[in-house]
Write a new protein. Structure first.
Length: 81
């Protein structure tokens, strides 16, 4: 899945993909406007959430590896929830 973070708006008001704007719109570059999906503050919040989720996954994976690597007797007290 690709998340398009920005797009162009041509002089007719049509929303166009920046990668294909020249093929879909005949407006000059000075007639187009750039439109962002997220503000910089919103992007920083999203990055923070992603880092938090990644850290939680890494912690879980570390606990799972410890539990799987443990000898049979020590596995009994290990929880990976």
């Amino acid at each position: 899945m690709v998340l398009e973070l920005r797009s162009g708006v041509c002089c007719t008001g049509r929303l166009v993909c920046l990668h294909h704007a020249d093929k879909l719109c005949q407006c000059t570059a000075s007639q187009r406007r750039l439109r962002y999906r997220y503000t910089l503050d919103e992007l920083l919040t999203l990055i923070g959430r992603l880092k938090h989720s990644l850290q939680e996954f890494e912690d879980w994976a570390r606990q799972a590896k410890t539990a799987l690597d443990a000898k049979d007797e020590s596995r009994l007290g290990t929880s990976v929830c």
